[in-house]
Design a protein around this ligand. Sequence first.
Ligand code: ADP
Ligand code: MG
Length: 439
Amino acid sequence: MSVREVESIFADIVERARALDPANARKWFDELKVIHFDGGAIGIGCPDEANVRFLDQNCKTSFTRAAQQITGHLVTVEFLVGGTGDSRQAEQAPRPGPALHPDYTFDNFVVGPSNRLAHASCVAVSQSLGATYNPLFLYGNAGLGKTHLLHAVCHEARHRVGGAAIQLLSCEEFVNRFIRAIEQGNLTEFHSQFRTADALVVDDVQFLREREGSQEEFFHTFNALYNNGKQIILSADSPPAEIPSLEDRLTSRFNWGLVARIDPPGYETRVAIVQKKAHLRGLPVDDEIAGYIARQVQANIRELEGALTTIYALATTMHEPVTLDLARRALEGQIKLATKPISITDIIEVVTQYFDVRLTDLQSKRRSQSITVPRQICMYLARTLTKHSLEEIGGHLGGRDHTTVMHACAKIDEERQSDPKMQALLNELTKQITQTFLV
Ligand code: ADP
Ligand code: MG
């Protein structure tokens, strides 16, 4: 095959992959290049490792399926850094530090009256860690951009100071790692990892309330960093004083620096966000449709994005242009979808089907790999997708106690972080679980 033929086939594959999974399609797919294309495997070159991670975690299935459909053969795909014209990047080893979401940058963040202070303080902090607002505490309801801003700070700080040691993690992860360090007797390593960082960024600190020993640990970590002039950035769903059972000494420390609130965005900001998200995905969106979406979805930006995705997914599957009428039909389905909460039974159904095991196996005492893995995945997904307590989750899976569930969640969470295959599997299952609501 000539180079031109390969390129043209590859362009078709990318287009098909976009159509198969519009939610995860991005404009920068245009920059992807074929690195190798031989028999059963395609190597796809990406601009940098953040793109590779995004593709590995979200798009492996759609690209593989697309490649198989277009070529008519069983092919596997592999995402790599390089081949995109910048040979410097191709030789770059993956940068150490947290896995940042490639979409969550300042460039992709729409600033409006509702988030202006939070945005400005994040920009200031990212430009000189430890030197402006310390700690910086962001709070606001779910889906208003806290995690996005925390990642943007890390992107920017890492860009400015190549070797900056930045720790970004969710509060739950901090607590889990702390508990594991105690169990495995390597607290010293844990301390040195967190207490010597240039910046510690902890998302959703309202979950600190769940375990007391971790508040003590967090207190000492905070002091060590603060006294050394290192940056601390925190987010939560409410201001420090309103986080239930947060120790007073932590509440007061969280108030030492700047506390910035994020409010729900107004109509104009929502329109701009819809347009930004559409642009990021390479989708054309006219003002009328953007305005319609912004009027329909008001409280949560994640849902705003979901609405956009649903509309384009419907347009793709129906082979129809995106019109106001189509947008209406798409969102009517979506509103139903949003009102029904996911249950543990839904999760168990998808997981047992996927692994081809029976519910009674999951509930049994059997401890073989083929049973424990799906069982632990059920627990993890129930923990992340529902509001059930650890006890309730354990109850559904053969009356296991809450520490068993907690360990299972920590274990899967750890694997998810170290193994892109696990992340991809969890994404796939989540997609199937949430899709059961579309019908
Ligand atoms: P939170 O952490 O507050 O629950 P996230 O940061 O996860 O919210 O944001 C949810 C989604 O909304 C993300 O996809 C994020 O990119 C998007 N989002 C939130 N605020 C903005 C904004 N101002 N501009 C662009 N996207 C935003
Ligand atoms: Mg968040």
